[in-house]
Design a protein around this ligand. Structure first.
Ligand code: NAD
Ligand code: UGA
Length: 367
């Protein structure tokens, strides 16, 4: 009963006509930022996360602590736990689901293929099964990925470009998610909006991502690997700052149609929507490193590898015209500005051992 009370309290909106949102992956990078933003504007938010150890779970716990200070409660559980999800929907009439829980990361799939199938395919289907049976049926906004464009060479990427050449199992499961969403929209009239995020970075980010561990390794004097494309070009990414992505997620929630409980072919039924949420200006990885060097006042020990990383795509570049047209999405943070905010957070979070050499020298410390 105490649990139920907490669940209800967390998910009850404080503003008139506020949403009641189930955020899956709420202890994750994007999920924690979106949960806070929704709560701050008066929506009710309930988190769900299994706190898996794909990367340091203590970072997930720290995000959870931050959320709990803002009265956002995270239920510890798995997407594949049908009875748990059903119970949550029994207790709370969620208006929306922001589904961000997934097995992320492109390279990890080489060692752990099953975790991608389990979270990104089976877990997504389980969530949709529960959502379809819920009364009211929630509108669902979920994270797809720029990786669905795979080896597509159109530049920039538009939502109608081909997505039939995934370069990794991660990409293949994200693409599968889009197909599955289509089915649930078509048969059950669920309102579904997929967001293709482009390499998101910022404070409270993911330690498995390059900008994050490059920062760590540069500060610790360790060498970093920089991969090239097949034809020896620099790999580039459309790095997108977290605050821009959060605005995009909220915009997609705000403009999501209602689920109708009837098939997608029927009149008035919600459409399946898919949007790019990127920054629209790809940056080569070498440039990312030089920005970090400047911010950290430390030269990186660069180890250039003249081959691509397994599962990597050579470049990503978003066209965001559609998201702008439908919900005013407009990225405003360039990579230098965003990385400055990230580095500031990184040093404050990891404390003294992360000090730059300059700072250590200035305070007379050694090592
Ligand atoms: P993240 O790993 O920080 O967050 C995902 C969270 O989901 C984690 O806290 C994890 O514990 C939880 N989770 C995973 N599997 C679960 C399961 N089966 N049940 C319950 N919880 C589970 O990742 P993120 O960077 O915040 O990514 C959020 C979403 O955006 C993911 O779907 C990811 O694939 C997608 N995405 C991220 C990026 C990016 O650059 N960060 C880019 C494109 C797409
Ligand atoms: C990121 C996320 O990790 C995925 O979860 C997400 O789905 C994807 O973005 C996306 O946009 O869809 P990725 O862009 O590969 O994937 O992010 P990183 O692993 O941080 O790599 C960024 C760049 O750094 C890549 O170009 C990669 O080649 C390069 N890199 C990475 C290196 O040069 N050296 C390394 O040691 C690691």
């Amino acid at each position: 009963a105490a649990w139920e009370k907490q669940v209800r309290l967390s998910s009850t909106p404080r503003r008139t006509n506020g949403f009641s949102v189930l955020v899956t992956g709420a202890a994750g990078f994007v999920g924690s930022h979106c949960s806070l933003a929704l709560k701050k504007r008066g929506d009710g938010v309930l988190g769900l996360d299994n706190f898996n150890n794909y990367y340091d779970p203590s970072l997930k716990r720290a995000r959870q602590n931050l959320l709990s200070k803002h009265q956002v409660f995270i239920v510890e559980g798995d997407l594949n736990d049908g009875p748990l999800l059903t119970k949550l929907f029994d207790v709370v009439p969620f208006t929306h689901v922001l589904h961000l829980a997934a097995q992320a990361g492109v390279r990890y799939a080489m060692q752990n293929p099953q975790s991608y199938i389990s979270s990104n395919i089976a877990g997504f289907v389980n969530l949709l099964e529960v959502a379809k049976a819920a009364n009211p049926q929630p509108s669902i906004v979920w994270a797809s990925s720029s990786s669905v464009y795979g080896l597509n060479t159109e530049n920039p990427f538009s939502e109608r470009d081909r997505t039939d050449q995934p370069a990794s199992l991660y990409a293949a499961t994200k693409k599968a998610g889009e197909e599955i969403a289509h089915t649930y929209n078509h048969i059950y009239g669920l309102s579904l909006t997929g967001l293709r995020f482009f390499t998101v970075y910022g404070p409270w980010g993911r330690p498995d991502m390059a900008y994050f561990f490059f920062t760590k390794d540069i500060l610790q004097g360790k060498s970093i690997d920089i991969y090239k494309t097949h034809n020896q070009k620099e790999v580039a990414r459309d790095f997108t700052y977290i605050d821009d992505v959060v605005k995009g997620c909220l915009g997609a929630l705000d403009t999501a149609e209602k689920s109708t409980g009837s098939g997608g072919k029927k009149k008035g039924a919600a459409q399946l929507r898919v949007y790019n949420l990127g920054n629209t200006s790809p940056v080569p990885v070498g440039r990312l490193v030089s920005i970090l060097e400047g911010l950290l006042s430390t030269k990186a020990k660069k180890h250039v590898i003249t081959m691509p990383r397994n599962g990597d795509v050579p470049f990503t570049h978003a066209n965001v015209t559609l998201a702008f047209k439908d919900f005013g999405y407009k990225p405003t943070t360039d990579l230098s500005t965003g990385l400055r905010k990230f580095v500031k957070w990184y040093i404050s979070y990891y404390g003294i051992q992360s000090k730059t050499r300059k700072e250590s020298q200035a305070t007379g410390e050694s090592g």
